[in-house]
Ligand binder design. Structure first.
Ligand SMILES: Cc1ncc(COP(=O)(O)O)c(C=O)c1O
Length: 396
């Protein structure tokens, strides 16, 4: 036998994953750049603005203290947990016990994957919207669980219809994933929707995992609710918060999970058995951010709202009929007839040097759409629209 034939193949956990469309997009960009194209890249949702200086100061000061140079504690630094609890109280009017109902996590993405590991396996199922931030669908697939895709349609405001979930899927399901404000559609959910979601989760014995990564990126006066504003939510729910978008801290990898103490314990068991906590110095910076959230997030939200207006007005001027999203850092638009999502993405790179994300990168329901990330300043976004206009791009 040759040496290579003896090497074991990776498990189906890895090999059965659907193709990662963003890897395809990376190749497309590299090819375009190799032929000299200068791209305006609105493909990935990576915040382009810096972390607030006061947060950086807090991190630097903390690193200077040797007491934070050892392993961090598993649940989190006391100051961070108190700051997260304070934020939940001030922002949502929700009381959480920092000692039992909170956990520091190294970003929302990991927390979502780890919650899936804690509650989904080959014997169980997960209910996931069919348009989703990739980890929502891929982590449940990696955990081996049977994923039921709940259709999201424009007609329903990209909210799932719980009454349409088949009985067989419900009997198997243990986990329900939701994310509002929603990446990639920009849809938002009201208090009433979360009431339905909590009632549904309680009725069917589900853990409700709510991803609130965009809680502070809302516009036109809309304020995103926490699931814990609903009575009884703490019996079933866990909510994941992130500093990445609200405070431009994507590189610091920190957020928190809040919710039912047993669910938090299960998530903590997965985390503790696979790694250590988030560096304490980073936790101190994030603590500062949550303690000053009202001031720090105002400017962030206003910046994205202005950018949204530039892109919405630009696409409307090219023939798109679009609603203005009331949250997130994305504009979600239909692909013109005759193109698939990926064909359209390639077309925009070829004719205008503008990179967007194809809708099918976000699950089966995303086919026929594309996503524009608002990760450039107003002038550059207007420049992207100009490029489209000059290239004769329009919605027909
Ligand atoms: C819906 C959603 N959840 C979570 C994340 C990841 O957050 P974090 O950077 O905290 O891992 C993202 C990042 O784009 C996201 O869009």
């Amino acid at each position: 036998m040759s040496a290579t034939s003896e090497r074991p193949a990776p498990t189906t956990r890895v090999t059965a994953l659907p193709p990662y469309v963003f890897a395809w997009l990376d190749e497309l960009k590299a090819t375009a750049r190799a032929r000299g194209a200068e791209l305006i890249d609105l493909g990935i949702g990576n915040p382009d603005r810096p972390t607030p200086p006061a947060v950086i100061d807090a991190i630097q000061q903390a690193w200077a203290d040797p007491r934070v140079h050892g392993y961090p504690s598993f649940r989190g630094d006391e100051r961070f947990l108190n700051a997260a609890a304070g934020f939940m109280q001030r922002r949502f009017g929700v009381t959480v016990d920092p000692a039992r109902e909170l956990l520091c996590v190294s970003g929302g993405k990991e927390a979502i994957a780890q919650t899936s590991m804690a509650f989904a396996d080959e014997t169980s199922g997960s209910l996931v919207p069919d348009i989703y931030y990739p980890v929502h669908g891929r982590a449940t697939l990696m955990s081996g669980s049977h994923t039921h895709w709940m259709p999201l349609t424009a007609a329903r405001g990209f909210l799932p219809d719980f009454s349409a979930v088949p009985v067989a899927a419900l009997q198997r399901a243990k986990l329900l994933l939701l994310n509002y404000p929603h990446n990639p559609t920009g849809a938002v959910a009201t208090h009433a929707f979360f009431e339905d979601a909590v009632a549904f989760a309680r009725r069917h014995g589900l853990v409700l995992l709510s991803d609130l990564a965009y809680s502070e990126l809302t516009f036109d006066g809309f304020v995103a609710p926490s699931v814990f504003e609903i009575a009884g939510a703490k019996e079933v729910a866990v909510e994941v918060h992130s500093t990445s978008k609200s405070f431009n801290m994507a590189g610091s990898r920190i957020g928190f999970a809040a919710g039912n103490a047993d669910v938090i314990d299960a998530l903590m068991a997965v985390r503790n058995n696979m790694g250590y906590g988030t560096p304490v110095a980073i936790q101190r910076g994030a603590a500062y951010a949550f303690e000053h959230a009202e001031v720090l997030t105002r400017d962030v939200a206003a910046t994205y709202q202005a950018r949204r207006d530039v892109v919405i007005a630009g696409l409307r001027s090219l023939g798109w009929e679009l609603e203005s999203p009331r949250g997130t850092m994305f504009v979600w638009a239909r692909v013109p007839v005759g193109f698939s999502s990926q064909e359209w993405t390639q077309h925009l790179i070829d004719v205008a040097g503008v990179v967007v994300a194809p809708g099918n990168a976000f699950g089966p329901g995303g086919e026929g759409y594309f996503r524009v990330s608002l990760v450039a300043d107003d002038a550059r976004l207007a420049g992207a629209v100009d490029r489209l206009r000059r290239a004769g791009v329009s919605y027909r």
